[in-house]
Ligand binder design. Structure first.
Ligand code: AMP
Ligand code: ZN
Length: 136
């Protein structure tokens, strides 16, 4: 279902124009208005889901197939050197639009972007405890 006040519902369903790269029954892929790099695109499901916790198994499975196709197409056409897939959930994680979207971010040598994290440290015991918390 669409959500009345959701801008990505309106874009995904064609009610607000966008630079659409691809569309099928379930998704629209658009250029991001504030691109991190040339060709930065977003995969938007047409069916509203706020985030990873709300998408259906079917949406989850299909979105990666679309990502794979689009990454290959964008890489071929724009000749980028690498590719990041980014998907933010919740304000703390940087989500600003509460309609699930997968960022497709082509990377170019010396593009000046920083999408990677600062590696931390953890002992074997700490890792074991986290594993226990998640799996038990
Ligand atoms: P996030 O921070 O993961 O929620 O990403 C939201 C993304 O949507 C940002 O990269 C914005 O630049 C992009 N964005 C917001 N509004 C629009 C819009 N109307 N059309 C295209 N991209 C948008
Ligand atoms: Zn929506």
């Amino acid at each position: 279902m669409k959500k009345e006040d959701c801008i990505f519902c309106k874009i995904a369903n064609g009610e607000i124009p966008s630079k659409t790269l691809y569309e099928d029954e379930d998704f629209r892929v658009i250029l991001d208005l504030g691109p991190a790099t040339k060709g930065h695109a977003l995969i938007l499901p047409k069916e509203h889901a706020a985030n990873i916790y709300e998408i259906t198994d079917s949406q989850a499975a299909k979105v990666m197939v679309v990502a794979k196709k689009m990454a290959a197409l964008i890489t071929e056409k724009l000749q980028c050197d690498g590719f990041n897939l980014v998907q933010n959930n919740g304000e703390t994680a940087g989500q600003t639009v509460n309609h699930f979207h997968l960022h497709l971010i082509p990377r170019y040598q010396n593009d000046g972007q920083k999408i990677l994290w600062k590696p931390g440290e953890a002992s074997q015991e700490e890792l074991e405890e986290v594993k226990r918390q998640i799996t038990e």
